[in-house]
Structures are given as structure tokens and as C-alpha cells.
Design a protein around this ligand. Structure first.
Ligand SMILES: NC(=O)C1=CN([C@@H]2O[C@H](COP(=O)(O)OP(=O)(O)OC[C@H]3O[C@@H](n4cnc5c(N)ncnc54)[C@H](OP(=O)(O)O)[C@@H]3O)[C@@H](O)[C@H]2O)C=CC1
Ligand SMILES: Nc1c(N[C@@H]2O[C@H](COP(=O)(O)O)[C@@H](O)[C@H]2O)[nH]c(=O)[nH]c1=O
Length: 403
């Protein structure tokens, strides 16, 4: 199963909106077939593994990182393929949270007389597909808030100047996060201040240095284009040995309640799905060609209602949402309890008290109102520190007469 999970990693940058899935077929003490799901619409991991195994699949055990599908989607059901191939046992790391599958795949296999087990390395499997799991179970994407700051927590100078606070390695790490995410979200104010591209721009040697060969990654300096080709390897059915599928560019989403972002903004450049989110009152305002305009009701502050927006993004297939914004939206997100993970890049520099804060959290007066975090991982990336933290659940507001 550990091998199946490693194989699933091959789809980390490409399987979106589908989950990352790997499959190993095991018979008489050896691997007879293996595969990974690389792209929506292309064969599932089980199909690749069965093709590689051929007749040797008969009587084999299939280790799959996710319950095999039992429905006709863009490809036929994997359950039928496993049954037809004569597999005798299926071990799945987790049930598929997709309501179209949700146990039915395992039930179908059992009904066909196949021995079925579920739950081996389940926590790893859930972590690998945390975005897909969030979209299916919570009807919203897994939300990662990324911020870059100086050691004294400043995200920009008072003038708004912020490029660059962190170094090249840390910024490359952010591009890797973008490549992994289904979508990158920012705000009107950040677009107006920075005119960000929000693209993945990583040279081929970045990936090669990580043991990954990504066809379509570019030579140093030029933008990475999405690619449809796969790396191939001798003897296998799909590209899974130390390779991942081609890069895709994440969707770009701009919160722009009053439709202030001009059509000339770099974020609207072609190469990915693009969404402008306004309030209904501004939904008809002109928008750049190829950009879908979404209307969401404002919240009490007059801005886009964040809890109302996230299900719309889930409906559009966004599994993991990376937010790259300034202190006001960051504060609003943290205060709303919608942040699943905070990634903070801290530069070895001090920018002084006049610089912009990390997160504006108006109304905090008492220590018990703090946004509490838990450090998950701390490491150095180039010259900067990278802190991965998760917010603790928000404490309920004090009742009248308390505090
Ligand atoms: N160091 C870093 O990591 C980064 C730094 N920056 C810097 O940050 C500065 C911009 O920061 P800032 O002005 O705070 O902008 P933000 O990126 O925090 O965005 C503010 C905008 O977000 C929207 N917004 C605010 N509150 C809410 C809410 N409660 N719900 C929904 N939407 C909300 C509003 O858009 P609307 O008005 O359309 O409703 C508002 O104008 C720039 O100088 C930029 O260079 C930017 C990104 C990253
Ligand atoms: N200043 C700053 C960051 N700023 C973020 O990067 C965006 C620019 O993206 P792009 O145009 O695609 O390069 C910008 O709008 C802001 O969200 N990021 C960092 O990792 N480190 C930094 O020091």
C-alpha cells in the first residue's frame, strides 16, 4: 500500500479535479502490475495496473489507495475491470468520499466474491487527497493561506512595496504550492497593488532536483506551459517511476466585490480558468475575455461572503485553494475560521513597525480572543524560514455578562 501511495504521488500536479490514486497488483510474492491516475478522463490507476499485469492479474491482490469506482464517469467502472481480470482480493486504503461511489465499489467487489479490506494506511491516503476529501465531505476546498513576511511579521512597506521580501528559493516553493493547488485566490487590492501573474513558473531543473521529471516544465526563466504528454519508462503502462505528469496551471480567482480590477491585469492572461467574484450589484460589469464572473452576496462588511463563495468553488471542482493575499483578506479569513493550513515564509529581515501587518484582526482586545495556531512543521527554505501551522478551532464569543 505504501508503494500504491507513492505511485499516487505521480498525479499530484495533474489529476485535479480527480483524486490522486495509485494501484499495485501483487501475486506470488511479487508486483505484477502498477499504475497511477494522472489526469481526469484518462484511465484510472487500476486500469493501468491491470493492463501491465495482463493474465498475471488472475488471483492477484490489488492494493489501491482509494476505493475502486463503480460508476460510469468519463471512464468505465474499475470494479468491473478488477472482476473481469479475476483479481481475488482488494485492499483499499480508504472509502471514496464521492457520494457516487461511497462504499458501492467495495460492495460490488464483495458481491462478486472478492475478499475486500479497507483502512490500510488510511491516514496517509486521506492526507494525500485532503482537497478532494474536503470537497466531497464539506462541499468546500481545503484552504491554504500563504503569507510572506519579514521576521517582525511585516508583509509590505507602508507604501505597499513588497517585492520581494522572501528569497528565490522560498518563492519557488510557493510556485510548487501553486502547481499543487487547484486554484489560487487573491483580492482586488493585491491585484491593484502588485499586478500578480499567479502562474507556475518553475524551470525543469527545479523538478529534476527533486527527482521528478516533468515534461512541459521549461528551461530556466521561461513560463511553464501545461502539457499533455507523459514521461514513459521501460516496461510500464504509465509514467510512474520517479516521474510525475505534466504541469497544469491552477485556476485564478480574484475577489473583486466592486469590479475594480481592469481587463489588462496580468491575472486575467490566458492559460488557466479565471474567475472574477463580485457582489450581485456589480456582476454585470465588464470583465476580461474568457473570465467567468461569479456573483456572491456580500457579508455584513460589504465584501464577498467567504462562506458563501467556497461551495461555489467546490462545485467548479476546486479541491485545494491557495490564497495569496495581503493582511486584510488574510485577517478576514483567519477570523472566519475557514483557513485549514497557514504557510508562513519568514525572511531574515526587519521592516519596522510602519510596515503592513501579517493579518489585520480588528476588534481583538483580550488575549483569549487570539487566533491560536499549532506549529506542524518548521524548516529553512533557502535563506528564509517556512512555518506550516494549523489554526486551532475558534473559541466561541463570550456570553453576555462574561469577560
Ligand atoms: N507579503 C505577502 O505575502 C503579500 C503581500 N501583499 C501586499 O499586501 C498589500 C495589499 O494588502 P491589503 O490592502 O490588505 O489587501 P488584501 O489582499 O488583504 O485584500 C483586501 C481586499 O480583500 C477583500 N476583503 C477584505 N475583507 C474581506 C472580507 N471580510 N471578506 C471578503 N473579502 C474581503 C476586499 O476586496 P473588495 O474591496 O473587492 O471587496 C479588500 O479590498 C499590498 O501592498 C501587497 O503588496 C499582497 C499579497 C501577499
Ligand atoms: N512579496 C512576496 C510575495 N507576494 C505574493 O506574490 C504575488 C506575485 O506573484 P507573481 O506575480 O506570480 O510573481 C503577490 O501579489 C503576492 O501575493 N510572495 C512571496 O512568496 N514572497 C514575497 O516576498
Amino acid at each position: 500500500m505504501a508503494r500504491a501511495l507513492r505511485l499516487a504521488e505521480a498525479g499530484r500536479y495533474s489529476s485535479h479535479p480527480n483524486p490522486r490514486v495509485g494501484c499495485v497488483l501483487w501475486r506470488d510474492g511479487e508486483i505484477v502490475g502498477e499504475g497511477a491516475h494522472l489526469r481526469a478522463g484518462e484511465p484510472h490507476a487500476e486500469v493501468h495496473a491491470l493492463r501491465q499485469a495482463g493474465e498475471r492479474a488472475r488471483g492477484a491482490t490489488a492494493f489501491v489507495s482509494l476505493e475502486p469506482c463503480n460508476h460510469h464517469g468519463r471512464t468505465p467502472p474499475c470494479t468491473e475491470a478488477l472482476i473481469a481480470a479475476g483479481v481475488s482480493r482488494v485492499v483499499a486504503a480508504m472509502e471514496d468520499p464521492n457520494p457516487l461511489v461511497a462504499g458501492q465499489g467495495l460492495a460490488r467487489l464483495r458481491a462478486a466474491g472478492i475478499a475486500v479490506e479497507v483502512g490500510l494506511l488510511q491516514a496517509d491516503a486521506e492526507r494525500l487527497n485532503r482537497g478532494f476529501v474536503s470537497r466531497m465531505r464539506r462541499q468546500r476546498p481545503f484552504l491554504i493561506l500563504k503569507l510572506a513576511a519579514s521576521l517582525d511579521g511585516r508583509t509590505a512597506m507602508a507604501s505597499g512595496e513588497s517585492q520581494w521580501i522572501t528569497g528565490a528559493e522560498a518563492r519557488a516553493d510557493v510556485h510548487r504550492l501553486r502547481a499543487e493547488a487547484g486554484a489560487v485566490l487573491t483580492s482586488s487590492d493585491t491585484v491593484l497593488a502588485d499586478d500578480p501573474a499567479l502562474t507556475v513558473r518553475l524551470p525543469a531543473d527545479y523538478w529534476a532536483g527533486r527527482g521528478l521529471a516533468i515534461p512541459g516544465a521549461t528551461g530556466r526563466g521561461s513560463p511553464a506551459a501545461p502539457t499533455a504528454s507523459l514521461a514513459s519508462h521501460a516496461g510500464g503502462d504509465n509514467a510512474i517511476h520517479g516521474a510525475v505528469a505534466g504541469l497544469r496551471q491552477p485556476d485564478r480567482i480574484v475577489l473583486d466585490s466592486r469590479a475594480r480590477v481592469p481587463a489588462s491585469a496580468k491575472v486575467w492572461a490566458e492559460g488557466a480558468r479565471r474567475f472574477r467574484v463580485t457582489t450581485a450589484a456589480h456582476a454585470a460589469a465588464p470583465v476580461a475575455a474568457g473570465v467567468e464572473s461569479l456573483a456572491v452576496e456580500p457579508d455584513a462588511s460589504g465584501h464577498i461572503s467567504l462562506p458563501a463563495l467556497l461551495p461555489l468553488l467546490a462545485q467548479r471542482g476546486v479541491n485545494e485553494l491557495l490564497v495569496e493575499c495581503g493582511p486584510r483578506l488574510a485577517g478576514a479569513l483567519l477570523a472566519s475560521g475557514l483557513v485549514d493550513e497557514l504557510l508562513l515564509y519568514l525572511a531574515p529581515a526587519l521592516l519596522g513597525h510602519e510596515g503592513r501587518a501579517l493579518a489585520d484582526l480588528p476588534g481583538l482586545q483580550r488575549l483569549d480572543q487570539k487566533i491560536a495556531l499549532r506549529y506542524i512543521d518548521v524548516r529553512q527554505v533557502g535563506r528564509d524560514l517556512r512555518i506550516l501551522a494549523t489554526p486551532e478551532p475558534l473559541s466561541p464569543p463570550p456570553r453576555a455578562g462574561e469577560g
